[in-house]
Design a protein around this ligand. Structure first.
Ligand SMILES: [Zn+2]
Length: 175
């Protein structure tokens, strides 16, 4: 163990050339990846970062490369070290605009479809309601102006009143 620590300490004092080169290379690679990575693109509304597509608030964390609301990729900004030409940048911006327009068009279409579905459903519900009311009215007319419930009530009274009377009389005279 002691030998090992001594060895490590000696090693640290005198790094071999190849180790130094590898370390520098590693740092350079990490730095390049960092510099060439696309940055997060967003718009600001009242100082709050928002998705350029749907306009809802987004997180600036690196672990959230997509908008949580609409799923759009947010890593579309220019990297810190940008080697692309101006025309490529314009192309990418145009593509992004097209994507946004496409998304807005789809949203509008979905809203319109939902509205149409609602109208159809409402019409159907109204039809069912009218048919029910019509049936009810027909039934009442059939019963001579009384609903089924009213007839049941009368029927129950007709049965219960004599039963109660009989029971009462029985109790009265049975003692
Ligand atoms: Zn979004």
């Amino acid at each position: 163990m002691v030998d090992f620590i001594l060895f490590a300490a000696r090693h640290k004092q005198d790094p071999s050339g190849i180790e130094a080169v590898l370390t520098l290379l590693g740092i350079a690679v990490v730095l390049l990846i960092y510099l060439f990575q696309p940055s997060k693109q967003f718009i600001r509304k009242n100082g709050v970062p928002c998705c350029p597509q749907c306009g809802r608030q987004i997180s600036l964390k690196a672990s959230r490369p997509n908008c949580r609301a609409c799923g759009a990729s947010l890593m579309t900004g220019r990297p810190l070290l940008d080697l692309t030409s101006k025309s490529e940048v314009a192309d990418s911006q145009a593509r992004q605009r097209t994507a946004r327009e496409e998304w807005l068009r789809k949203q509008a279409q979905e809203t319109e479809e939902a509205r149409r579905r609602r109208v159809v459903e409402d019409a159907f519900r109204e039809e069912v309601r009218l048919a029910k009311a019509e049936r009810r009215k027909g039934k009442i007319e059939e019963n001579g102006g009384y609903s089924d419930l009213q007839l049941y009530g009368v029927g129950a009274l007709v049965v219960l009143v004599p039963v109660a009377l009989t029971a009462g009389l029985y109790l009265l005279f049975a003692r």
